[in-house]
Design a protein around this ligand. Structure first.
Ligand code: 3ON
Ligand code: FE
Length: 483
């Protein structure tokens, strides 16, 4: 494919500014944030936890891709209008060993190699569990997640690493757990945490887990699917866990021989359908529905309505081929942009209709936690400043899924967005009654800002901007834990 999209009419950012958000942050800080513009809402109380690559190099050896960077947790605890910042690296076995050795000891899934060329990398298949993708709080445990290995448990107050966590025996040593578990807000009574793991090979196995409020397993079901599967996220409704099997294949030889990382060996097959896997949460056999080829990392939400299952997902025309070039030299015009698509599945007929909800470049959806799995109205998502083409996320978009109306707040030209998080107002009404928190990179200062926007009117701009005296490299995911 690679249809070249029209260039944005005017550049809304400089590549140097954008790239400067990918500097390593080796320091660990803890302090009260004292540089605040505006006012933190008095009824916003809780801790924002964020995860993402904190190191973009190991002792001067750059990572090949940011997804290979060691996980660093940032927390911002908010109470009585004040905020306390802390960041700590997850003390994974790999981080500790490499910091001690002062050189890379591991290859990365996204192409980072040990020094010494292919010979030094060939047949080294051990994974460095980098714990860099998400951080969730469930059943009194704070867990840093990376989808190819076990969770790490951290102390929520100090962010000290307590060790690997096997989810009360649910996963075995050497096992894995998704970086995208979903919080079921109460579809079956009490809240649950629903997650999965995938074992890939010539055929793949998805195992779905449901955890109760104590962190114990309520159920666990495995489903085998033909072919390779790269599944980063899923969507949840009261009756289904929904997975997209992207049309990709895996040619492992360059990985085995030490030329490429595992993810660089994934190729997109534009002639094959994407498969929507409807996995009943009660353990019944799954249903497979084919739809237009596309690549999905993240789902925004899903719900059931009149015999249909509706899934809103960020879709790419293909899997951006990791072609070996330096990620900082990426030509945005030549990689596909994510768009928000709606898949309406007629469960009885096994057919799907696909509609575009948002055609501009979007990524990192968030919504009211009580709306997960339910018909919902508002979605918040990161977007580019311009309405056409691919570009870094510099703005926040609010979508009214009922009317199609959108609202925008942009931080261009020198602001770059991370994942927004919607935090409901206590006793709020409607699924936009709350705040949107975004840890963003401010290239003007070379530092990061936490911005807080009013969910009902994001166009009004931040009601508070907490200016950190340093940067936090562009991150991946996080969660807000109310006190
Ligand atoms: O054979 C399998 C292949 C494979 C790729 C085995 C496997 C499980 C080891 C595996 C590993 C997958 C991993 C480790 C995936 C990690 C993904 C990750 C860390 C992040 C994904 C992020 C996705 C997006 C869309 C990020 C967007 C970022 C921006 C818009 C930037 O600001
Ligand atoms: Fe993700």
């Amino acid at each position: 494919m690679t249809a070249t999209q029209p260039r944005p009419t005017a550049a809304t950012f400089s590549v140097e500014d954008w790239g400067s958000g990918y500097r390593s942050q080796p320091h660990e800080y803890s302090y009260w944030i004292d540089d605040i513009e505006g006012t933190i809402p008095a009824d916003l109380e809780g801790t924002l936890f964020r995860n993402g690559p904190g190191l973009l190099d190991v002792h001067g050896h750059p990572v090949k891709h940011p997804f290979d960077g060691d996980g660093m947790i940032s927390s911002i605890a908010i109470q009585n209008g004040r905020a306390y910042f802390r960041n700590r690296f997850v003390r994974t076995a790999g981080y500790v060993a490499e910091q001690q050795a002062q050189k890379p000891l591991y290859r990365g899934v996204f192409g980072t190699q040990k020094p010494g060329g292919p010979l030094a990398n060939a047949f080294d298949l051990k994974l460095k569990n980098i714990a860099n993708t998400n951080i969730v709080y469930w059943a009194d445990k704070l867990l840093a997640l990376w989808e190819a290995a076990e969770p790490h448990r951290l102390d929520p107050a100090t962010l000290d690493t307590l060790g690997l966590d096997y989810l009360n025996g649910l996963i075995a040593p050497g096992g894995s757990f998704t970086a995208h578990p979903k919080l079921d807000p109460g579809h079956h009574g009490d809240q649950r945490l629903v997650g999965f793991s995938v074992k890939t090979g010539l055929s793949s196995t998805i195992t779905l887990y449901e955890l109760d409020a104590q962190g114990n397993a309520l159920s666990q079901h495995s489903h085998s699917i033909p072919g390779f599967a790269f599944i980063h996220d899923f969507a949840l409704t009261p009756n289904y866990a929904i997975f997209f099997q992207n049309p990709v294949s895996f040619g492992p030889v360059p990985f085995l021989l030490g030329f490429k990382g595992a993810a660089e060996c994934i190729s997109f097959n534009p002639k094959q359908p994407t498969k929507i896997l409807l996995v009943p949460r009660n353990g019944d056999p799954m249903q497979v529905i084919e739809t237009d080829p596309c690549f999905v990392f993240h789902h925004a939400n899903a719900f059931e309505q009149n015999g249909q299952v509706v899934i809103d997902s960020v879709c790419y025309e293909n899997f951006p081929s990791l072609d070996g070039s330096d990620f900082l030299e990426v030509d945005f015009d030549h990689v596909p942009a994510g768009q928000l698509w709606r898949f309406t599945v007629d469960v009885a007929a096994g057919t799907t209709q696909v509609d575009t909800l948002v055609s501009r470049c979007v990524e990192f959806p968030t919504l009211h936690p009580d709306a997960v799995g339910q018909p919902y109205r508002h979605l918040f998502i990161g977007t580019a400043h311009g309405s056409k083409g691919n570009a870094p996320l510099q703005a926040l978009l609010k979508l009214d899924t009922h009317t199609g109306e959108t609202q925008l707040w942009s931080a261009a030209p020198r602001g770059f967005m991370g994942e927004p998080l919607f935090v409901p107002r206590p006793q709020g009404r409607g699924d936009d009654d709350g705040w949107v928190l975004v840890l963003m990179y401010n290239a003007e200062r070379g530092c990061s800002d936490l911005v807080i926007l009013e969910g009902r009117d994001i166009a009004a701009g931040p009601m508070a901007r907490l200016k950190l005296p340093h940067h936090v490299p562009y991150g991946l995911h996080g969660n807000f834990v109310p006190h």
